[in-house]
Design a protein around this ligand. Structure first.
Ligand code: NAG
Ligand code: NAG
Ligand code: NAG
Length: 470
């Protein structure tokens, strides 16, 4: 191509104009084309292309996966908008890693860098597929390449930089400008090297890398199956909504801690990162690794994901909310009755949230949706009034406890066992640990405190066996 034409094209292609949505479906379409011989692509070509475009550009990752190939010309298989989107997504942005993130059908946001690094590590560990692979080097100290390139280096570095106590080392989450046509993702607080999107991408990279190490597969097919497609299937939860559980099974806190020590000791001997560890002895490295593994596991494995208001399309609160004084002593369990069927996708649960909020604001003339939190059957909790504001769920008791509502009518049937466990085994213990409810909290069904059948006979029966029930 003529140099002047390149210049014109790059000037005309302003960011955010006319690019495909930053939705996982856009990536799956791109991978489909790149892997399809009928469209000029070639199977197995994606990992090398991703490396050339910037995946795994940090010193530790390059020590594990090797130096990247030269940047390639635009592949014949991709139209210019798809090629530009892919380049933008994979371009390394150390100060803003969330720019390389996509919205997945389950409503989670996933950074592609650690996801694709995990995929390459998995393929090479399995010796699989048609990549022109060099064998993975045997590093001193020995480390698990899959954990190193996904979560290890970024997590270890984040906690190393944050030691001394100023500032967080994990999070925050963020909001998309438009969940139907996502283009712009904005963090909801001060950035760290591990915003939630990077944590999600890293966990997915470990889960999918481990699967590819056992059995190689075309990547478009792998991601389509793992994330689901479109706005989520009404039929059931996609595997990505189990990422916390599946990652936790592969990398418990003990294993993660060992890995972090190994990664930090590797960074100590690599010239570009040597300075970071100057004056940091082995004892301090061990302490950083313990803290990092513990906090990551508590936040992303043991505690549930809560979909923030911005993601379900909440209207603003009307008037001025009243703050709660934490910790609270009680939790009240509800069912929503209307909607009467459980929601099983992000799209359906977000719609249920919006419809309950309009009912509560417009018909009941409350300030906001009544519940503190709402439980979907898609694997996620949804933020209602949240941890800090008085709700309108249990008349006379709204300042004393949180109101947690299950979407559906549970008079005769129970929520799925996953949805029960989400509150009983995850939300409640995490709320105690975080100081939001007392360790001796009491749990009640709504019907114990007002004239109502809520939370339905079946669910009321069930919660009588939960910790704290009185
Ligand atoms: C994305 O959002 C940021 C912050 O709100 C804004 O400055 C920027 O212009 C937006 N970019 C696009 C492409 O909309
Ligand atoms: C999600 O649903 C909206 C509204 O029906 C639609 O406009 C949008 O294209 C869908 N997104 C995807 C990725 O299918
Ligand atoms: C519950 O715990 C709090 C703080 O630990 C304590 O002040 C309170 O008395 C306890 N309540 C009961 C009923 O034991």
């Amino acid at each position: 191509m003529f140099p002047w034409l390149l210049l014109v094209l790059s000037v005309c292609a302003r960011p955010g104009t006319g690019l495909p949505a930053r939705h996982m479906d856009s990536l799956v379409q791109i991978l489909d084309a790149l892997e399809s011989p009928a469209r000029g692509g070639s199977p197995g070509s994606v990992p090398a292309l991703a490396r050339a475009l910037g995946v795994c550009s940090t010193p530790g990752c390059r020590a594990v996966l090797g130096e990247p190939p030269e940047p390639p010309p635009a592949p014949a298989a991709l139209p210019p908008e798809q090629w530009q989107l892919l380049r933008e997504l994979l371009r390394p942005e150390p100060a803003a890693p969330e720019r390389g993130a996509l919205l997945a059908p389950d409503g989670s946001t996933v950074a592609l860098g650690p996801l694709l690094a995990g995929i390459e590590a998995g393929l090479r560990l399995g010796g699989g597929s048609e990549g022109p692979w060099d064998p993975l080097p045997a590093l001193r100290p020995p480390l698990d390449p899959l954990l190193a390139v996904t979560v290890g280096e970024v997590l270890g570095t984040s906690f190393l930089l944050a030691r001394g106590g100023h500032g967080a080392a994990l999070g925050p989450g963020g909001c998309w400008d438009d969940v139907d046509d996502p283009q712009n993702y904005t963090l909801t607080g001060p950035p760290t090297p591990v915003p939630d999107a990077v944590a999600n991408g890293a966990m997915d990279g470990v889960v999918l890398g481990a699967r590819l190490a056992r059995e190689p597969a075309p990547l478009a097919e792998l991601l389509r199956g793992y994330y689901g497609t479109g706005n989520g299937s009404e039929r059931g939860r996609p595997p990505s909504s189990y990422r916390r559980r599946d990652f936790g099974a592969l990398a418990g806190p003990g294993k993660l801690e060992e890995e972090l020590v190994a990664v930090l000791e590797l960074l100590r001997v690599l010239p570009p990162t040597r300075g970071l560890l100057e004056g940091v002895g082995p004892g301090e490295v061990a302490a950083v690794a313990r803290r990092a593994a513990g906090e990551f596991t508590r936040r992303y494995v043991e505690c549930p994901a809560i979909v923030p208001r911005c993601m379900w399309g909440a209207r603003p609160y009307r008037g001025t909310p009243s703050p709660l004084t934490l910790p609270l002593g009680s939790v009240f369990i509800h069912h929503t009755l209307e909607p009467g069927t459980p929601c099983r996708s992000f799209r359906a649960c977000a719609r249920a949230m919006r419809s309950m909020q309009s009912f509560h604001q417009d018909t009941r003339v409350w300030d906001d949706i009544g519940y503190s939190f709402v439980v979907g059957s898609d694997g996620y909790l949804y933020e209602g009034r949240g941890w800090h504001w008085v709700g309108a769920h249990t008349k006379g008791y709204n300042t004393r406890g949180f109101g947690v509502g299950y979407v559906g009518d549970f008079s005769a049937a129970l929520p799925d066992s996953d949805a029960l466990a989400l509150v009983r085994d995850e939300l409640l213990p995490c709320a105690v640990r975080a100081g939001r409810i007392l360790g001796n909290y009491t749990l009640h069904g709504h019907r114990q405190l007002g004239r109502t059948d809520c939370p339905g006979n079946a669910l009321f029966q069930e919660i009588q066996g939960w910790p704290g029930f009185q």
